[in-house]
Design a protein around this ligand. Structure first.
Ligand SMILES: Cc1cc2nc3c(=O)[nH]c(=O)nc-3n(C[C@H](O)[C@H](O)[C@H](O)COP(=O)(O)OP(=O)(O)OC[C@H]3O[C@@H](n4cnc5c(N)ncnc54)[C@H](O)[C@@H]3O)c2cc1C
Length: 323
C-alpha cells in the first residue's frame, strides 16, 4: 500500500486537482486542518486541503503567547508560518467551500460550492466554529461602521478612540488587550460576575489602566447616527459612549453541515469523536474546535494535536492497521 501511495505522490500535477483520487481530503484550513495535512503528507498520503479561507480563527487573534516554541506572535503571522510549513510538503490548498460529502461505495465525494468534486478514501473534518452574534438592534446596521467581530483586523482604526468589547472568555480578553494598545479606553462588558478567560489573561487586563470591566451586564442595543456612538446596557439602561463595539461572545460549530453529511454530533452540534478522532462514519475523522473533544478548552495547540491524531488515524484506516 505504501508503495502505491509513494508512486501517486510522485506524479506530476498535469491534471486538474479534482480529477485525481485522494487518500485524504482535509476540510478546513485552520490549525487543525493544516496540522492534519502536514502529518498526512509525512505519511506519504495523497492529501489535499480544501478551505474557505486560510488560517480560520487565527485571522481574528491579536497576539498568540501560548503556542509552545513561539514566545509571541500575531495570529495572521502564525498563519503564514503554518502555510509555509505546509508548502514544504507540497499539499495542494484549494480555496473553496465544501457543501457536501457523499459516500460512493467505499469512497467519498467531497463536493464544493463551485461544483468541484474530490474523490477520496478518507476525510478529515476541521471546520472550526463560526462566531456568535449578539442579536440586538444596531448590530447589523452598524456592521463595518463601528461593530466588528475581528480585533486584529480593525483595532488600528480605533486609535485614541473609546471601544467596548462584549464577552468574558479568552477571545474577549485577547481582543481587549490588543485594543488597549490603540484605543484610549476599553470597556469590557460581560453578562456574568467573573470572567471565563484564562487567569493569565485576566491578570493582564486587570493591570491595564485603559481597561474597565462592566460585569453582570448585557448589551440591549447599539446606537449612533452614521457610526456607532453608544451601547445601552439592558439591566441598568445606562448608555456607554463608544466609537466601536467588538463582539466576542463565543462561537458555534457548523451543525447543519454535519447533519447533512450524517456525522453524529452532541447536543450542541459538535462532531462526536473517539480518542483516535474517528467519527461514527468509517473513513471520516474530525479534529479541532468543531469536535466535542476540545470541550471548553479550544486552543491552537489542542486543535493542531487533534489534527495530527486524525491524520495518523486516517493513515491506519487506509493501511487497515487498527490500534
Ligand atoms: C479572538 C480569538 C483569540 C484567540 N486566542 C487564542 C490564543 O491566544 N491561543 C490559543 O491557543 N487559541 C486562541 N484562540 C482559539 C483558536 O484560534 C482556535 O482554538 C483554533 O483556531 C481552532 O482551530 P481549528 O482549525 O479547529 O478551527 P478554525 O481556526 O476555526 O478553522 C476552521 C477552518 O475551516 C474553514 N471552513 C469552515 N467551513 C468550511 C467549509 N464548509 N468548507 C471549507 N472550509 C471550511 C474555515 O474557513 C477555517 O479556515 C482564539 C480564538 C479567537 C476567536
Amino acid at each position: 500500500m505504501s508503495l502505491k501511495i509513494t508512486f501517486r505522490r510522485l506524479e506530476l500535477p498535469t491534471r486538474p486537482l479534482e480529477e485525481k483520487e485522494y487518500d485524504v481530503v482535509v476540510i478546513g484550513g485552520g490549525p487543525a486542518g493544516v496540522a492534519a495535512a502536514i502529518y498526512a503528507a509525512r505519511y506519504m498520503l495523497d492529501a489535499i486541503l480544501v478551505t474557505k479561507e486560510k488560517g480560520g480563527q487565527l485571522n481574528k487573534i491579536g497576539y498568540v503567547e501560548n503556542y509552545p516554541g513561539i514566545l509571541k506572535i500575531m495570529g495572521p503571522e502564525l498563519i503564514d508560518r503554518l502555510y509555509e510549513h505546509l508548502a514544504k510538503y507540497k499539499v495542494p490548498v484549494v480555496l473553496d467551500e465544501v457543501i457536501d460529502v457523499k459516500r460512493e461505495e467505499n469512497k467519498f465525494n467531497v463536493i464544493t460550492a463551485s461544483d468541484r468534486v474530490f474523490k477520496t478514501e478518507t476525510v478529515i473534518l476541521a471546520l472550526g466554529v463560526v462566531k456568535r452574534k449578539l442579536g440586538v438592534p444596531g448590530e447589523e446596521e452598524f456592521l463595518g461602521r463601528g461593530v466588528s467581530y475581528c480585533a486584529p483586523c480593525d483595532a488600528p482604526l480605533f486609535k485614541d478612540k473609546v471601544v467596548a468589547v462584549v464577552g468574558g472568555g479568552d477571545s474577549a480578553a485577547s481582543a481587549s488587550l490588543l485594543l488597549a494598545e490603540y484605543a484610549r479606553k476599553v470597556y469590557v462588558i460581560h453578562r456574568r460576575s467573573r470572567f471565563r478567560a484564562q487567569p493569565y489573561y485576566i491578570r493582564q487586563m486587570e493591570l491595564n489602566p485603559k481597561i474597565e470591566f462592566i460585569f453582570n451586564s448585557n448589551v440591549a442595543e447599539i446606537g449612533g447616527t452614521k457610526t456607532v456612538e453608544w451601547v445601552k446596557i439592558k439591566e441598568t439602561g445606562r448608555k456607554i459612549f463608544v466609537n466601536g463595539v467588538f463582539i466576542e461572545i463565543g462561537a458555534d460549530p457548523p451543525a447543519e453541515f454535519f447533519r447533512k453529511i450524517g456525522v453524529e454530533t452532541d447536543g450542541k452540534g459538535y462532531v462526536k469523536v473517539s480518542k483516535d478522532q474517528s467519527t461514527n462514519i468509517p473513513g471520516i475523522f474530525a479534529a479541532g474546535d468543531c469536535t466535542n473533544a476540545a470541550g471548553a478548552f479550544k486552543q491552537i495547540v489542542v486543535a493542531a494535536a487533534q489534527g495530527a491524531i486524525a491524520a495518523d488515524s486516517a493513515y491506519r484506516y487506509i493501511i487497515k492497521e487498527f490500534r
